[in-house]
Write a protein of this length. Structure first.
Length: 196
């Protein structure tokens, strides 16, 4: 039974790695559909938490999310199996391209150029879709929508220090911690009021 989970985990991430173009953000909606909706290995709330952890980790988002999901399901072995599943299709494709095609072949081949031109708009949609579903699942409303908008604009501004994404990861963690402390203190205060 446990071996079946490793095989299922590898095949799920292999399929995601093989048929997703556009990097980590383009993969998120497909990973969510495969892991949360189809296999029901984790809940949507857990997926969002693991996504936040994966984004905070250095490295490629697609590999990071596969590692944290694999680790959540089966520890170190699960993370290795799911990471291999994600990486292997890209590795094989790049190896085949390197063996059989030169950069000039790719640049001058109209068929390959047309394929990539067709993929570009689909990649944009694949990146926008998880942003919207993540925003909805994170319960972003009109009171909190300013946070991702201001963060995106500041990152886009290219100002030194301010535009560094690490700054916003740290600020987000601090904001979450302060919010948590206020909720805990509020619950303790409310409990004391009830006792009186």
């Amino acid at each position: 039974m446990m071996n079946n989970l490793y095989i299922s985990l590898f095949l799920a991430f292999f399929k995601i790695g093989a048929f997703t173009f556009g990097g980590g953000w383009a993969m998120i909606s497909i990973i969510e559909r495969e892991i949360v909706e189809k296999h029901k290995w984790i809940s949507k709330a857990d997926f969002l938490d693991l996504l936040a952890v994966a984004q905070a980790m250095p490295g490629i988002l697609a590999v990071n999310i596969s590692v944290v999901i694999g680790d959540n399901l089966r520890g170190l072995r699960g993370s290795i199996v799911s990471a291999l599943g994600t990486i292997l299709p890209s590795f094989v494709m790049i190896l085949c391209i390197a063996i059989f095609l030169t950069p000039d072949d790719i640049k001058n081949n109209e068929l390959i150029s047309s394929i990539f031109k067709g993929i570009r708009p689909a990649v944009v949609a694949l990146i926008v879709a998880p942003v919207l579903t993540t925003a909805r699942a994170a319960k972003i409303n009109w009171k909190t929508v300013w946070i991702p908008i201001v963060t995106a604009l500041l990152i886009y501004s290219k100002l030194p220090f301010i535009s560094n994404p690490i700054t916003f990861i740290i600020l987000g963690a601090l904001g979450g911690y302060i919010y948590y402390i206020k909720r805990v203190n509020g619950a303790i205060h409310a409990g004391k009021e009830v006792e009186k």
